[in-house]
Design a protein around this ligand. Structure first.
Ligand code: SAM
Ligand code: DTB
Ligand code: SF4
Length: 331
C-alpha cells in the first residue's frame, strides 16, 4: 500500500466502505496495519482512564445503557461528584500510568448551571498534565466554547451506529442532534472523540454505515472509539444480545481495521468490551490499527481489565504506553 492510500479522504462512499469489510481478512488486516504504521508507531498504545462523575438516572433511552432511567438495571444513581474527589481520581489515574482522563456524565445535555463546576474539574485535571476528555451529552455552541476555555482537549460524543439502525438503539435523541453537538465541538476548536458500538444486533451494513458517517464528517474524529457492546441485564439491547449471542470476534477486528483505513490519522480506541476479549483478540485489534485503550478496573459503570492484567498484556505484546505529545502530534 502506498502513502496515497494512507492519506485521509472525506469522499468515501458507503459501497466503498462495505467493500473494505468484504476484503479477504488477511489482506484487510495487512492494509490496516500498513496504514497504521504510516502515521503511528505500532508499538505504542495510549492509556486513558474513565471516571463517571455523575451516574445513572439519565433521561435518554439508549438501549444498551446501564444508566438510562428507562430501564431497570439495578444501578444506583449518584449526583455530580465534588471537584476535589474528581481531582483525587485523576491523580490516581496518572500515578497508575494513564496519560488521558475522561469524565463521563449520565446527562441528556449539559445544563448551564453545571458548566462552572465542569470547568473547574477540567482545568484541575489539565493542570495535572493529563490530556482532558469529557462526555456530558449534548452541548450548545456556547457551552462548547466554555469547556474549551477551561482546557478541554477532547469531547466524546458518539454516533453509536449507522443511520439505518439508529432508531433501533435510541429514540430520544436524533442522529442530527448528535451531528450538531459534534459541529459545536469542532467550531469551538476542540478535538472530537466519536465512534460507536459494535455487537448490538446490527448488520455489517450498519457497521459500514457508522464508519462511512464518521469518514465523511468535515473533519475526521481525532479519536474513534470502537466499543464492543457490554451486555447489561435489563437493557433491551443487552438482553437481546444475551439471547442471540455476541458478535463474531473476527467481525469486530474487521471493524477496527476498516476504522483505521477510513480515518487513518485517528486514535482508534479499543474501548468497551475488553473484559471478555482474549489477549489474542486484542493483539489482532492492535495489529489492525487500534492504538488506545481504557485502563483501570472500571469503565463508567461496567468492569474493565485491572491494571496488572494490562501490564502483562503490554509486556506480552511488547507494547509501550504512548506519551501525550505523540497523540497530539498525530491529531
Ligand atoms: N451521556 C453521555 C452521552 O451518551 O452522550 C455520555 C456517556 S455515554 C455512557 C458514552 C458512550 O458510551 C455511549 O455513547 C456509548 O457509545 C458507550 N456505551 C455506553 N454503554 C455501553 C455499553 N453497555 N456497551 C458499550 N458501549 C457503551
Ligand atoms: C466511549 O465510546 N466508550 C466509553 C467512553 N466513550 C465514555 C464508555 C464506555 C462505557 C461502557 C459502559 C459502562 O461502563 O457504563
Ligand atoms: Fe444517558 Fe449517555 Fe447512557 Fe444514553 S448513553 S442513556 S445519554 S448516559
Amino acid at each position: 500500500m502506498t502513502r496515497d492510500l494512507a492519506a485521509p479522504r472525506h469522499d468515501w462512499t458507503l459501497e466503498e466502505v462495505e467493500a473494505l469489510f468484504a476484503r479477504p481478512f488477511m489482506e484487510l488486516v495487512y492494509d490496516a496495519a500498513t496504514v497504521h504504521r504510516t502515521w503511528f508507531d505500532p508499538s505504542e498504545v495510549q492509556k486513558s482512564q474513565l471516571l463517571s462523575i455523575k451516574t445513572g438516572g439519565c433521561a435518554e433511552n439508549c438501549g444498551y445503557c446501564s444508566q438510562s432511567a428507562s430501564f431497570k438495571t439495578g444501578l444506583k444513581a449518584e449526583k455530580l461528584m465534588e471537584t476535589s474527589a474528581v481531582l483525587a481520581e485523576a491523580m490516581a489515574a496518572k500515578a497508575g500510568g494513564a496519560s488521558r482522563f475522561c469524565m463521563g456524565a449520565a446527562w441528556r445535555e449539559l445544563k448551564d448551571r453545571d458548566t462552572p463546576k465542569l470547568a473547574a474539574m477540567i482545568s484541575g485535571v489539565k493542570a495535572l498534565g493529563l490530556e482532558t476528555c469529557a462526555t456530558l451529552g449534548m452541548l450548545t455552541a456556547d457551552q462548547a466554547k466554555q469547556l474549551k476555555a477551561a482546557g478541554l482537549d477532547y469531547y466524546n460524543h458518539n454516533l453509536d451506529t449507522g443511520p439505518e439502525f439508529y432508531a433501533e438503539v435510541v429514540t430520544t435523541r436524533t442522529y442530527q442532534d448528535r451531528l450538531e453537538t459534534l459541529e459545536h465541538v469542532r467550531d469551538a476548536g476542540m478535538s472530537t472523540c466519536c465512534g460507536g458500538i459494535v455487537g448490538m444486533g446490527e448488520a455489517r451494513r450498519d457497521r459500514a454505515g457508522l464508519l462511512h458517517a464518521l469518514a465523511t464528517l468535515p473533519i475526521h474524529p481525532d479519536s474513534l472509539p470502537v466499543n464492543a457492546l457490554v451486555p447489561v441485564t435489563g437493557t433491551p439491547l443487552g438482553d437481546r444480545v444475551k439471547q442471540a449471542g455476541e458478535i463474531d470476534p473476527i467481525e469486530f477486528v474487521r471493524t477496527v481495521a476498516v476504522a483505521r483505513l477510513v480515518c487513518p490519522r485517528a486514535m482508534v480506541r479499543l474501548s468497551a468490551g475488553r473484559e471478555t476479549m482474549s489477549p489474542e483478540m486484542q493483539a489482532l485489534c492492535f495489529l489492525a490499527g487500534a492504538n488506545s485503550i481504557f485502563v483501570g478496573g472500571k469503565l463508567l459503570t461496567t468492569p474493565n481489565p485491572e491494571q496488572d492484567e494490562d501490564s502483562r498484556l503490554f509486556a506480552l505484546l511488547d507494547l509501550r504506553p504512548m506519551q501525550p505529545a505523540t497523540a497530539e502530534a498525530a491529531a
